[in-house]
Design a protein around this ligand. Structure first.
Ligand code: TPP
Ligand code: MG
Length: 351
């Protein structure tokens, strides 16, 4: 049996004898991001249903895992390599939410690309393809003598890909400064966790690569943060990679194209809701006198206002211009390409 690390229990009490590293100010910041995540999911699912937003994978239910892991990093030097469900992690890293929103609205223009100095790689939908690149990034940072760490995200489903093995193996050999952060949300679209692997805990796989693996309650932001900080500190000290398995639950559909009522047991879903990561932080903060109805109301209003600001800013972004097809291909385009561009513009402008 592998120990599943936990600090904050579902009823909002602390596991006796445990001392979280996260102070109260940081926990309030974590809660704000978790609430922003939940409210953003709801808002953009509505936009998607109106045809104003692209295919979207919510972080619903996984907020503690996403936010707690990202908060262990120093955005000025560390990197995040995401899969596709870690939106608030990249926001915490400094990627403006309005730019991400604009991209989901189809505005993939130079104005909406990841800004210079934001240490984030783009979303990766081809499962596990981000991991060999993440290992390369971490190894490269090490060769450059930087004390930076890479946090690379993967789902339990993605870990069945060959790239997972190649990336972890090479990272172990090179003692690359990387944390492989696996969100085990029990589902890979409609494939349940039990069909994914016979291993009792995905964290055990780390042994095969010669570095530590740890399992944590992914709905417990205090424990996720602790485990992530330990792994980041280890990487920064030159001791190499770690694998973290955050055991959580996808509290909704896979993405906006999915219909989980075709495969999900409603009883299991109801049971998972009892482990809601946001409610447990609120219960804890209420018990220690740092949260009440008044603060909840203010926080809800602030989050709603922030989301409206973000959506408006994204809508105001310039859209894609057809002639951008020709941009960024040649530094000095040959005459033939210039001619094609002019002809193309003439045809789309109708003169
Ligand atoms: C190489 C590859 N195979 C299949 C898919 C289709 N696909 C997209 S998401 C997904 C499930 C991934 O599950 P998991 O890694 O657990 O991440 P989660 O969606 O649960 O966060 C699959 C099979 C893909 N994107 N890439
Ligand atoms: Mg999954």
């Amino acid at each position: 049996m592998v120990e599943r690390r936990s600090i904050l229990k579902p009823d909002g009490t602390i596991v006796p004898g445990s001392k979280p590293r996260m102070d109260e100010e940081f926990l309030l910041e974590a809660l704000r991001l978790m609430m922003l995540s939940r409210a953003y999911d709801e808002r953009v699912i509505g936009l998607q249903r109106q045809g104003r937003f692209g295919v979207y994978s919510p972080g619903l239910g996984q907020e503690a895992s996403i936010v707690g892991s990202a908060m262990s990093l120093d955005p000025s030097r560390d990197w995040i390599v995401p899969q596709y469900r870690e939106l608030m992690a990249v926001v915490r890293q400094g990627y403006p939410l309005e730019l991400i929103t604009a991209t989901y609205m189809g505005k993939t223009t130079p104005d909406t690309r990841i800004p210079e100095g934001v240490n984030v790689l783009p979303t990766q939908v081809a499962l596990a393809a981000q991991l060999p690149q993440a290992t390369g990034l971490a190894w490269g940072l090490k060769l450059q003598g930087k004390d930076a760490v890479v946090m690379a995200y993967i789902g339990e489903g993605g870990s069945s890909e060959g790239d997972f093995h190649e990336a972890l193996n090479l990272a172990g050999v090179q003692r690359a400064p990387i944390v492989f952060f696996m969100q085990n949300n029990q589902w890979a679209i409609s494939t349940p966790r039990r069909m994914q692997s016979a291993v009792p805990s995905f964290s055990l796989r780390a042994a095969g690569y010669g570095f530590p693996g740890v399992e944590v309650d992914g709905n417990d932001v205090l424990a996720v943060y602790d485990v992530a900080v330990e792994a980041v500190e280890r990487a920064r000290a030159g001791e190499g990679p770690s694998l973290v398995e955050a055991v959580t639950y996808r509290m909704g559909f896979h993405n906006t194209t999915d219909n989980p009522s075709r495969y999900l047991d409603p009883a299991e879903f109801e049971e998972a809701k009892q482990r809601d990561p946001i409610q447990r932080v609120i219960k804890y903060l209420t018990a220690i006198g740092l949260w009440d109805d008044e603060r909840q109301k203010t926080a809800d209003q602030e989050v709603a206002a922030e989301i409206e600001r973000v959506v408006e800013a994204a809508q105001a972004q310039r859209g894609v211009r057809p002639e951008m097809l020709f941009d960024n291909v040649y530094e000095r385009p040959p005459a033939r390409v210039e001619r094609q561009r002019a002809e193309f513009l003439k045809s789309v402008n109708g003169h």
